[in-house]
Design a protein around this ligand. Structure first.
Ligand code: TYM
Length: 324
């Protein structure tokens, strides 16, 4: 039986954090054997915020190394960068011509930027359409993402439906895969962990960076001896990502009994994070010393993907009428 298709991507817009890992990358790794998996680096999307050559190219390479260090296996997964697949921008244009401005004005990311009176580039406004192209061009069945991407998946489905209505059945409707427990990983201030809120714990940070981030997690002012509600505590929410079963239960009990200081809870969390990432760090060092290998993996991925979509793009051009 042919495997269903999984596709997802990350923007190379900064350093990968624990929210990216648990909200998305871990699912890519866990599901890479069960699906035909396409994982990419959304560098066109990152251009909506980064307009610096060195920064963008460094970030692209870093995300590629992060993916590999986290356990994506190029034997299982087609790993590539979006800009190697120019057809996605062609498809974006076709979609742009069938959707309306008010449809895109409803996008949360656009509305947020608008309310902050930011200067909004056309790329940012069109962001959901480019993302729809990434997904629909590959006939993806499922798209593992965090909760913040749910609306984008709805956009992809709506755009597919509109195209299919106008030109006939062409695109599959993709499903978002969002795991409830990790849909919104909180940052050190309790809001969603996000590069733009500067509240992240970097996945591949140094011990010092991880310590600094964890020690600044915001808590209430309960004293060490006071009983505490673990479910109300930002530190405990992060412990839940690393501890399971008995270990988690016993920590929960210590919270409720009183006697556990926030400082001790943070120190425990620092150890959990450092132990958890240490094997991935080693792998990452390997790739830092073998960048050519990383670049080759991306090239091979792109060439496979380009081949795979040639026929689909031809069908699309035929349906639109630009093939004569
Ligand atoms: P990006 O780069 O912002 O984030 C990458 C993935 O990490 C998830 N994520 C989180 N999950 C849980 N808790 C958090 N605090 C958290 N922060 C980030 C995101 O939901 C995402 O899954 N638009 C996408 C990139 C993209 C894409 C695509 C994804 C472009 N084309 C096609 C899927 C399919 C983005 O900006 O993700």
């Amino acid at each position: 039986m042919t495997k269903k298709r999984l596709l997802s991507g990350i923007q190379p817009s900064g350093t990968i954090h624990i929210g990216n890992y648990f909200g998305a990358i871990k699912q890519f790794v866990d599901l890479q054997d069960s699906y035909e998996a396409f994982i990419f680096i959304a560098d066109f999307h990152a251009m909506t915020t980064i307009q610096n050559k060195k920064e963008l190219s460094n970030n692209i390479l870093n995300v590629a190394m992060d993916y590999l260090a986290c356990g994506l296996d190029p034997k299982n997964v087609h790993l590539f960068k979006q800009s190697d697949i120019p057809s996605v921008t062609e498809l974006t244009w076709y979609f742009n011509c069938i959707i309306t401005m008010p449809f895109l004005e409803r996008a949360t990311a656009y509305k947020d930027a608008y309310q902050k009176a930011k200067e909004i580039n056309v790329g940012l406004f069109d962001y959901p359409v480019l993302m729809a192209s990434d997904i629909l061009i590959q006939d993806a069945d499922i798209v593992p993402v965090g909760q913040d991407q749910r609306q984008h998946l709805e956009y992809a489905r709506d755009i597919a439906i509109k195209f299919n209505n106008i030109y006939g059945e062409t695109f599959k409707l993709p499903e978002a895969l969002i795991l409830k427990e990790v849909a919104i990983v909180p940052g050190i201030d309790g809001r969603k962990m996000s590069k733009s809120y500067k509240n992240t714990i970097p996945l591949f940070g140094t011990d010092e960076e991880i310590k600094k981030a964890v020690m600044s997690i915001v808590t209430d002012s309960k004293r060490p001896e006071d009983p505490k509600d673990p479910e109300e505590c930002n530190i405990f929410t992060l412990h839940k990502l690393f501890l399971k079963g008995e270990e988690l239960l016993s920590l929960k009990k210590r919270y409720k009994d009183g006697g556990l200081s926030y400082k001790e809870s943070k120190e425990m969390l620092i150890n959990e994070i450092i132990n958890f990432i240490s094997p991935m760090r080693e792998k990452r060092i390997y790739y830092e010393n073998h960048k050519d290998e990383v670049i080759n993996i991306l090239k091979e991925g792109a060439s496979f993907v380009k081949n795979g979509i040639t026929q689909k793009m031809d069908i699309i051009r035929n349906k639109i009428g630009v093939n004569i």
